[in-house]
Design a binder for this molecule. Structure first.
Ligand SMILES: Cc1cc2nc3c(=O)[nH]c(=O)nc-3n(C[C@H](O)[C@H](O)[C@H](O)COP(=O)(O)OP(=O)(O)OC[C@H]3O[C@@H](n4cnc5c(N)ncnc54)[C@H](O)[C@@H]3O)c2cc1C
Ligand SMILES: NC(=O)c1ccc[n+]([C@@H]2O[C@H](COP(=O)([O-])OP(=O)(O)OC[C@H]3O[C@@H](n4cnc5c(N)ncnc54)[C@H](O)[C@@H]3O)[C@@H](O)[C@H]2O)c1
Length: 449
């Protein structure tokens, strides 16, 4: 059995960044990836980048078919670049195969040509990501009309009638995208409210804009059954516990969450502990319950974002080559962005959360329509909301629902992290015309609550 200094299972964001870094410190690294189509991981191949490309193409009026072709060219280029990024390092070996544990520090790798390689890792980093959850709805798993987010982006033809189960990140982004391409979209969610975390004024505006884009919603639904009739899917659900509704679709997208990819790892052969959702349990420094085995990214549960996986890399780097000061509980300020039109972005507290915590706040609020750049962009939908602590003038949280919010939310997050008082954003000189210059006006005067 060959002993390797560093084994990384999965070519994800944190893992590939760590592989490159370790190699540049002169250390030996073995990266194991189960699919050649996944070099570089989920984000670049089947998630963030292809979906955002399609979302943008839809708004530009590109046909769905051309957009999918262009997206495939882009992901293929990214895959090659990612492969090269690691393969160009002398002390990195990339092995195609599925890894599973045979003991706490030993793994077998089954390669596509049927061979099995056995390794011992002095350090092992698990970065196997997550996979779509397909809910246990009668008829759904075997439905010929079922898609997940990956297959939805590879359709040869735009669905005419699309039903999306789940109104979370993927549900909202894909609904907006497919509706903009021209599909007739219905979202079914079992929660009583869409966007449950958002303040009511924000959620109502988003939902109204979705309605205006022709998207239907049914919330609080219980999907009873999926069947087939006349080459269409028939979806039967109740949304008041009694009244039964039937709708037809030529495609169904399951967007009902993603679960950590641990099943293939055979962790029962180890002392690595998982929680009830199959997520690897880690401490504040990403250590699993076995010494010298770490978990990175979606596989450890918690927020599923590429930038969290990348930040996991920073924690491990700091432990191995720094002063071991970084840890998960440092991450108090993590912005999020739902890439709908306009983008819905958030950092820190919402107004609802501040009230629940009994936190006093000044509220700064303005409509997107008051921003000249929004007019230039011909999209004046949305609003900006920022909460400030009156005793310190520091920002407690922001919800920015406006064009280009996905960029400026990072500025607010930085101000929060650097403890910059709101007046500095108010008095900053911004280029013009930009969405960020809205901070000059937004922070002039708090609104009455
Ligand atoms: C449609 C969609 C859109 C998204 N959009 C965004 C977005 O805009 N912004 C954002 O921040 N996040 C987004 N996400 C979430 C983001 O993609 C994930 O959080 C991120 O990619 C997780 O990266 P990771 O490092 O955990 O591992 P991954 O990138 O998932 O890598 C895991 C790798 O491990 C491999 N693997 C699995 N099991 C084995 C095994 N046993 N042996 C060998 N290899 C194995 C897999 O093939 C895969 O390549 C999106 C997700 C989806 C599905
Ligand atoms: N812009 C981004 O950063 C981005 C984009 C896409 C995905 N992601 C990541 O990927 C993860 C997965 O996305 P997702 O949208 O699949 O999950 P999600 O957790 O965001 O949303 C799942 C939704 O499905 C609903 N649901 C679950 N089971 C259901 C059922 N049986 N019937 C009806 N509704 C049901 C839930 O109520 C919820 O609204 C996200 O949590 C996010 O971290 C991020």
């Amino acid at each position: 059995m060959e002993t390797i200094k560093n084994i990384i299972i999965g070519f994800g964001k944190g893992g590939k960044t760590l592989a490159k870094f370790l190699a540049q410190q002169g250390e030996q690294v073995l990266v194991i990836e189960k699919s050649k189509q996944m070099y570089g991981g989920t984000c670049i191949n089947i998630a963030c980048l292809p979906s955002k490309r399609l979302i943008i193409e839809a708004t530009r009026g590109t046909s769905f078919e051309d957009a999918v072709d262009g997206k495939n060219v882009m992901t293929s280029q990214l895959r090659k670049k990612n492969y090269q990024m690691l393969a160009s390092e002398d002390n990195i070996t990339i092995l195609d195969g599925i890894a599973h544990f045979t003991g706490n520090h030993t793994i077998d790798v089954q390669t596509p040509d049927g061979q099995t390689f056995t390794y011992k890792g002095e350090r092992i980093f698990i970065n196997t990501g997550a996979k779509a959850i397909i809910p246990d709805i009668p008829g759904l798993r075997e439905s010929p009309f079922l898609m997940n987010s990956t297959t939805a982006m590879d359709q040869l033809k735009l669905p005419h009638d699309l039903v999306i189960i789940g109104g979370g990140y993927i549900g909202l982004e894909f609904a907006n995208m497919f509706a903009t391409f021209g599909s007739h979209v219905t979202i079914l969610d079992h929660h009583k409210k869409l966007l449950p975390r958002e303040d009511d004024d924000v959620a109502e505006m988003v939902i109204q804009n979705f309605h205006n884009n022709g998207i239907n919603f049914e919330v609080g639904v219980n999907i009873k059954d999926i069947s087939t009739q006349d080459e269409q899917a028939v979806i039967t659900f109740t949304n008041d516990g009694q009244h039964e509704t039937t709708i037809f679709a030529d495609k169904i997208l399951a967007a009902t969450g993603r679960q950590p990819e641990t099943a293939s790892l055979e962790l029962q052969n180890t002392d690595i502990k998982v929680d009830d959702h199959g997520a690897i349990i880690v401490d504040d420094y990403l250590h699993t319950s076995v010494p010298n085995v770490w978990a990175i990214g979606d596989v450890k549960g918690g927020p599923q974002f590429t930038y969290i996986s990348l930040d996991d890399f920073r924690i491990i780097k700091d432990e191995l080559f720094g002063n071991n000061k970084r840890h998960i509980s440092d991450r108090l300020i993590v912005p999020t962005s739902v890439f709908i039109e306009p983008s819905l972005t958030q950092v820190g507290l919402t107004e609802k959360e501040a009230q629940k915590q009994g936190q006093d706040y000044l509220l700064f609020k303005m409509p997107a329509a008051a921003i000249p750049k929004a007019k230039v962009l011909k999209d004046t939908r949305g609003l900006l909301k920022v909460l400030v602590d009156p005793s310190t003038n520091l920002i407690l949280g922001a919800t920015l629902y406006v064009q280009e919010a996905q960029e400026i939310i990072n500025m607010v997050a930085l101000a929060m992290r650097a403890k910059i008082p709101y007046q500095m954003l108010r008095d900053q000189i911004y280029t013009h015309p930009t969405i960020s210059e809205a901070f000059n006006d937004l922070f002039k005067k708090p609104v009455n609550r």
